[in-house]
Design a protein around this ligand. Structure first.
Ligand code: FES
Length: 101
């Protein structure tokens, strides 16, 4: 059953950055861009490379393995329009971040 999962104090997440977070053994790629947070499945739709290790440019992350590019604000793959990465809701609560997963 999905639920909100606390991933720690907001203060440790600096702007224009990316992190790998584990929620009950499931890896999530977390991004902070323009003071907003975004969480996507940490697995490229091509061959599953971890997108938390991708190259950032604005709101886009490029998979280092073969170069597929994603918009992490909505999960859309910009390299192949019919591909998409699952996204997860994220919220701030009591100065902490929570991901719904
Ligand atoms: S595994 Fe990401 S582009 Fe191939």
């Amino acid at each position: 059953m999905p639920k909100w999962n606390n991933i720690g104090a907001i203060s440790k997440y600096k702007n224009e950055n990316q992190w790998l977070v584990e929620i009950e053994g499931r890896p999530v790629a977390l991004f902070k861009y323009n003071d907003n947070y975004y969480a996507i499945k940490n697995s490229c739709a091509h061959q599953g490379y971890p997108l938390a290790e991708g190259n950032l440019k604005g709101c886009m992350v490029e998979c280092p393995l073969h170069g597929w590019v994603y918009d992490f604000t909505n999960g859309n793959c910009l390299s192949l329009p019919n591909k998409k990465i699952p996204t997860y809701k994220i919220r701030e609560k009591n100065n902490c971040l929570e991901i719904f997963l």
